[in-house]
Design a protein around this ligand. Structure first.
Ligand code: GNR
Ligand code: NI
Length: 175
């Protein structure tokens, strides 16, 4: 297993639509394990493959609280089948936008189809933080980041702060 460098915005791979996984092989399983290790190390509650520079439709999440048993999830080629009409607001952060946070409203509940690490088709229903996190990760697979959901003013402020941090060399992530 390995801890991978996490890309910090702005980065072209974070804006790209990721490619579907054609076959789930040991290579995909190894990447998912490395992504989980990278996510726990960060620490974060989710990570999408484009954030580690791999433009493939794969993500990991674990929204278990500290002290609870870990609940690692690995999703390949996830698709949102259904969203609730009611929305939920969460203060979101992103490992590709270190130390930046903003409130985002998204559907409160989702139903998602995906392949598990053995290539088997599965479905999950999620609500609460898990629903928000899964939508945040699936956005990454489409080149969409959380600041794309907030006002232009707030987005500009966050991007400026990141540029400043990068210039000062205060970001330990890749590039
Ligand atoms: O660690 C993360 N926390 C988080 C908090 C609220 C909503 C979404 C997230 S995902 C984020 C990790 C990340 O950047 N995933 O892409
Ligand atoms: Ni993110």
């Amino acid at each position: 297993m390995a801890i991978l460098p996490i890309l910090v915005a702005p980065h072209p791979v974070l804006k790209r639509k990721a490619q579907p996984v054609a076959a789930v092989t040991d290579e995909e399983r190894r990447l998912l394990d490395d992504m989980l290790e990278t996510m726990y190390d960060a620490p974060g509650i989710g990570l999408a493959a484009p954030q580690v520079g791999v433009s493939k439709r794969m993500l990991v999440v674990d929204v278990a609280r500290e002290g609870e048993a870990p609940q690692p999830m690995k999703l390949i080629n996830p698709e949102i089948l259904e969203t609730s009409d009611d929305l939920a607001a969460y203060e979101e952060g992103c490992l590709s936008f270190p130390d930046q946070f903003a409130e985002v409203k998204r559907p409160a509940a989702v139903r998602i189809a995906y392949l598990d690490e053995t290539g088997e088709a599965r479905e999950i229903k999620a609500e609460g933080l898990l629903a928000t996190c899964l939508q945040h990760e699936i956005d990454h697979l489409d080149g969409v980041v959380f600041v794309d959901h907030i006002s232009q003013l707030k987005r500009t402020m966050i991007l400026r702060k990141l540029q400043k941090l990068k210039k000062q060399g205060r970001l330990q992530a890749a590039e």
